[in-house]
Design a protein around this ligand. Sequence first.
Ligand code: SAH
Ligand code: SF4
Ligand code: F3S
Length: 441
Amino acid sequence: MEKKVYIKTWGCQMNEHDSDLLQNILKKKKYIIVKNPEISDILILNTCSIREKAQEKVFHQLGRWKKLKDKNNNIIIAVGGCVASQEGIKIFERAKFINIIFGPQTLHKLPNLLNKVTKKNPFFIDIKLKSLKKFNLNFIKTIQKKCVEYVSIIEGCNQFCSFCIVPYTRGKEISRPSKDILLEIKKLSQTGIREIILLGQNVNAYIEKKKNKIYDFSDLLLDISKIDKILRIRYVTSHPKKFTNKLIQLYQKIPKLVNFLHLPVQSGSNRILKLMKRGYTIEEYINLIYQIKKIRPQMVFSSDFIVGYPGETKKDFEKTINLIKNINFDTSFSFLYSSRPGTKASKLKDFLSLEEKKKRLYKLQKIIKLQSFQWRRRMLGTIQNVLVEGVSKKNHVKELFGKTENNRQVYFSGDSSYIGKLVKIKIIEINYNSFLKGKLL
Ligand code: SAH
Ligand code: SF4
Ligand code: F3S
């Protein structure tokens, strides 16, 4: 009988994409993906380790699943993702009832590992890094219900920002061959995909050595832009340090690149940026934004911020607030600094009280929220390029939805023939929630 699989995932878009790949791989092997853990034969946890008590979150979830396994000992439990990669066998030592530990780069081996599990040999671990095998083109979905898809171009990270666990959990940077990426995107475009979101922790570190030539992220973008049916290109996440002039110039050459860029800065203080080992100054960051805006005045930006990095003074924090006011970000993510095992920053003394950190985060988030709302308000009455993604679930009338270049969801009347098309929409209503209402022009 076909086995039922339940997958629970949290973390970045890359991890979500990994779970999608995993689903495709398992479906090819005739497993059935279900939405209810209670009826599953196999339970998979795909974990993230970027912040807070990631390990505890894993054991809490495993504790809940243990109850299911106590009732049915045939259930197989597999733990993957960045916590698995970071903690390895320690997870099994604390939760002896689990059967498989796999890593972000061994997920393609899961069907094989599942087959190996028996009553006699109930546990296997494989968390080796530096493999691109999970990106095998056979795992691409051939039937699509949507028109936006993620495509991974690079795994791992070499930056070693002092606060970050990713280089330890995902390993060294490794770029996929460009011919595979381009073939994947072509195939996706034939299944109805119109927008591609390129993925990597550091997409602009993408590099391929072709004979004596270097083929970089800009070259890849140019080639992707030549695929006719692809109407829009986004990428996440790019690093300010690796943003070359060549990449900036592409904003002139490739209209398919959206007028929106997520460019994490982390802090507005040069002193903190240096401690974080980010590799750029605030002046360089501002100049980069200025250079891009010179070519594309309509560009809007979003960012990530870490509040309360060890040693962050009130003055440092005020510099971050000033930067936010200065750049006027469209939307941003902000986090309390969280000490991660094995990182450089985890060895630093942290004198700041949690209360003070929370106060700072609250202040920062209030400004970001206000700016974000102001951006939305400014959109009222404007004409936006919208990629139509589908029919709204909420309404029975003919209502479609799509996204603007700056990722705002817009609802408008129209028939389903518009799905997958880029249309001009006049924004006619905004509200405090995230979505907008528009009119097809
Ligand atoms: N590669 C991307 C971001 C990766 S992680 C970049 O370099 O910009 C996503 C975000 O999580 C980071 O931008 C950072 O803001 C946040 N983050 C990473 N490690 C963190 C930590 N230890 N504590 C708090 N936030 C963290
Ligand atoms: Fe982490 Fe820095 Fe790499 Fe981003 S660039 S994944 S923050 S080490
Ligand atoms: Fe989390 Fe790993 Fe992504 S730590 S943010 S799942 S790369």
